[in-house]
Design a protein. Structure first.
Length: 133
């Protein structure tokens, strides 16, 4: 190879304006047609298959949603009723708190609950046997 290059250089040097031809390009990979055929294969074969597979998955997921377990629905219903009952009780507690706050802060002459002197209460026996001499 070196001798061939040397011969070409010597010929080019002897002749003014001579052009040395570049060596031919050797392709080491697959030809360009392989890439074109692969692209056509993907578009013609793989695209319809992937669309069909996606539609199958979408249909199956819709069927799964419609088959909601009955016992899970019952549990969710009971949970919803428990939360509603708790919220009603909390609302009642809040109403009671607002009522008591209103009583405590109501005007000048308002008495606080439980304020004042205790009044004596006389107890009477229920029947004659309970009386002591």
């Amino acid at each position: 190879m070196l001798s061939g290059n040397a011969a070409q250089l010597s010929q080019a040097a002897a002749i003014p304006g001579a052009v040395v031809q570049p060596p031919p390009i050797v392709h080491t990979g697959p030809p360009d047609e392989v890439f074109v055929l692969a692209g056509m294969f993907i578009v013609v074969v793989m695209l319809p298959l992937s669309i069909a597979f996606a539609r199958r998955i979408w249909r199956r997921s819709a069927a799964v949603v419609t088959q909601f377990p009955r016992e899970l629905a019952d549990r969710l219903l009971r949970l919803e009723q428990a939360v509603e009952a708790t919220s009603l009780e909390m609302e009642r507690i809040g109403e009671g708190q607002r009522f008591l706050t209103k009583l405590f802060t109501e005007g000048e002459g308002a008495r606080a609950i439980g304020a004042g002197a205790a009044q004596p209460i006389e107890s009477k026996p229920a029947n004659a046997r309970d009386r002591r001499p």
